[in-house]
Design a protein around this ligand. Structure first.
Ligand code: BES
Ligand code: ZN
Length: 614
């Protein structure tokens, strides 16, 4: 367990939330907030509709983290309500307890006046100099997994879902976007404007999202616009042109898209993830703007979350694989339908390699390599890795092979979404439904070693069988370089690879023992790797050099970790820099110099990777 960790489960249902939705639960939320760029805070009022679920419940418990609560009161009578804000419990924030009036009926409405802290992890504030246009400041949120509580009081557990409405007031030069359907805007004063939003579908707190900046949009599909700062609009519209086709393919697999609009927002470089499935408005990293439409899998992934994750949601973060494993499975189904089944199988092989790397990184007996980990006392972000994604997707692929193939599994997928949409579920509920759907195939299901797949560390005991067609060429070329024999004289084979094959080739080299420095550099020169801009390729090339003990690419490496904010690229490189004695101190210095510009989540995770918190 991490140092200073809280060793008790905060609540029975969710180890990472103080709330007690089984006693009293939020059923609707209305926000009336102002975004104050001067003080870097969001402040305002939340109106919460609540329902008493257990008869004797006399408190409402909410999660908060570094929030100032100035007043809690009844909506209609404006009577003040008593509340206590407990001392913070290390990484989980402070429990807010509101004493309910005995006169409340089973449904009641309360208001909370609150303000968050400029140090909240859930928001990043950029000065205008840090934006592409350099004319206006920018602010964006990232609430998954447990950061919503750093911006607003809420039951910060994915088991609680409710609609939300919001009125957001900002300086009139700025545009506000949220994870909801926009309802228009109106002048609030001479220099301020108020935007309105409505998300009518019940969602968990981690899917509330906001971005404010100098934002413009272009239509890219029937239901879709792409939003960016003006400087990136053309590139973004080009890169994401396949969005509409993917949405239709996803509907074919999962059922109707019920969220109304599906827009994309390209964030500034410090956005910590590849993509985030905020409803109606997926957030994406600008590293996707590679100019080659190679980001297909990220968009297919976030679109898929519209069903797996946003409709059928993990009940707490221990069941995160229900969100991510299923979403990777659907993402690759979309890829298979659009580009052919071989591409799906090829992506599954890449996932197996990524899982292998993650298991090696944690250590093969580590608790976070369980598909369903125990998060008591742990922050979900510390457990984050490819394990829920790729052990999860591999399990679903393996089930597919046991129950009669792709068609059978597609039938199950639709039925699964239909059965659990609007709910938050656990792995047991998932498994019970699997058994009831495949009622005539219990013999096949019983052959699956559930204990091993779900609750054991390390690689799964069984590897599913994947079609090797697209992978074989990558592996063959990698084997030549690893053996150092029959090395290619020209770059023809490599140049003939798709971007994904180049990534698979480099990943295959990375999971093996490092090659001698000379050979790595010879390969880099032959394939012109130092000049590549695609971040997936570049990350692996820089890692190969570091693992070979070479600091020849150090300048490029330190520049890359300064320019790019996506943790998928930043963290592996920082980890490898740390392992190499000759560059460790320079890496630490670079991080310390950049830290003020970095996203708080990224800075926290990299600090751990560089062992700076010990
Ligand atoms: N929901 C995740 C991002 C996330 C996970 C944020 C956990 C915070 C905590 C998102 O859907 C995701 O998985 N993004 C991937 C995309 C990839 C799998 C195609 C990413 O950012 O790399
Ligand atoms: Zn995801």
């Amino acid at each position: 367990m991490a140092e200073g960790a809280h060793s008790e489960r905060l609540s029975l249902g969710d180890p990472n939330s103080f709330s007690r939705p089984e006693d009293c639960v939020i059923t609707d939320l209305s926000l009336d907030i102002e975004v104050d760029f001067g003080r870097k805070v969001v402040k305002g009022k939340g109106t919460y509709t609540c329902k008493r679920v257990s008869v004797g419940a006399d408190v409402l418990i909410l999660d908060t983290d570094r929030l100032t609560i100035s007043r809690v009161y009844c909506k209609d009578s404006s009577t003040d309500l008593q509340f206590t804000l407990a001392d913070p419990v290390d990484k989980f924030g402070s429990k807010l307890q509101i004493i309910l009036l005995s006169t409340f009926s089973s449904e009641f409405e309360i208001c909370i006046d609150f303000e968050n802290s400029p140090t909240s992890e859930g928001l990043q504030w950029l000065e205008k100099e840090q934006t592409a246009g350099k004319r206006h400041p920018y602010m964006f949120s990232q609430f998954e997994s447990i950061m919503a509580r750093t911006v607003l009081p809420c039951q910060d557990t994915p088991s609680v879902k409710h609609p939300y409405r919001a009125k957001v007031t900002v300086n009139k030069a700025l545009t506000v976007l949220m994870s909801a359907v926009p309802q228009g805007s109106a002048a609030a004063s001479d220099d301020k404007v108020t935007y309105e939003f409505f998300q009518k579908i019940p969602i968990p707190s981690y899917l509330i999202a906001i971005a404010v900046g100098d934002l413009v949009s272009r239509k890219i599909g029937e239901r879709s616009k792409v939003w960016t700062e003006p400087e990136m609009l053309d590139a973004a519209a080009y890169e994401f042109a396949e969005t509409d086709t993917m949405l239709k393919t996803a509907e074919d697999l999962c059922g109707p898209y019920i969220w109304g609009v599906y827009d994309l927002l390209v964030l500034p470089p410090s956005f910590p993830f590849g993509g985030m499935e905020n409803p109606c408005l997926t957030f994406v990293t600008p590293t996707l703007l590679a100019g080659d439409r190679s980001a297909t899998s990220v968009i297919a992934h976030e679109i898929s979350h519209s069903w797996t994750g946003n409709l059928v949601t993990n009940k707490n973060w221990e069941h995160f694989w229900l969100n991510e494993g299923h979403t990777v499975f659907v993402e690759r189904k979309i890829v298979g339908r659009m580009y052919g089944e071989q591409h799906r199988q090829f992506a599954m092989i890449g996932g197996w390699t990524a899982l292998y790397e993650a298991v090696k990184d944690f250590g093969e007996t580590h608790g976070f390599t369980h598909l369903v980990p125990d998060l008591t006392g742990s922050h979900p972000d510390d457990a984050f890795s490819r394990v829920p994604y790729d052990k999860g997707a591999a399990l679903l692929f393996y089930i597919e092979s046991q129950v009669g193939g792709a068609d059978a599994m597609e039938g199950w997928l639709k039925a699964y979404v239909q059965k659990f949409k609007g709910q938050a579920i656990t792995t047991d509920e998932w498994k019970d439904f699997l058994y009831s759907y495949f009622a005539t195939q219990h013999d096949a299901l019983n052959k699956i070693d559930w204990q091993n797949w779900l609750y054991s560390p390390g690689m799964p005991a069984t590897k599913p069988v994947y079609d090797q067609t697209l992978f074989t060429a990558c592996e063959t070329l990698a084997n030549h370089w690893l053996a150092g024999t029959d090395l290619p004289q020209d770059s023809a084979v490599f140049d003939g690879f798709s971007t994904n094959q180049k990534v698979a080739f480099l990943s295959t080299l990375l999971i093996k023992d490092p090659m001698p420095v000379d050979r790595v550099l010879q390969m880099g020169a032959l394939y012109r790797l130092p000049g590549v801009n695609n971040a997936e390729i570049k990350t692996r090339w820089l890692q190969l050099c570091l693992r070979a003990g070479s600091d020849s690419q150090l300048d490029a490496t330190l520049k890359f970790v300064t320019d790019v904010g996506r943790m998928k690229f930043l963290r592996p490189i920082y980890k490898d820099l740390y392992k190499l004695d000759s560059v460790r101190q320079q890496a630490i210095n670079t991080f310390i110099a950049n830290r003020p510009q970095m996203h708080r989540i990224t800075a926290k995770m990299v600090a751990e990777d560089l062992h700076l918190n010990e």
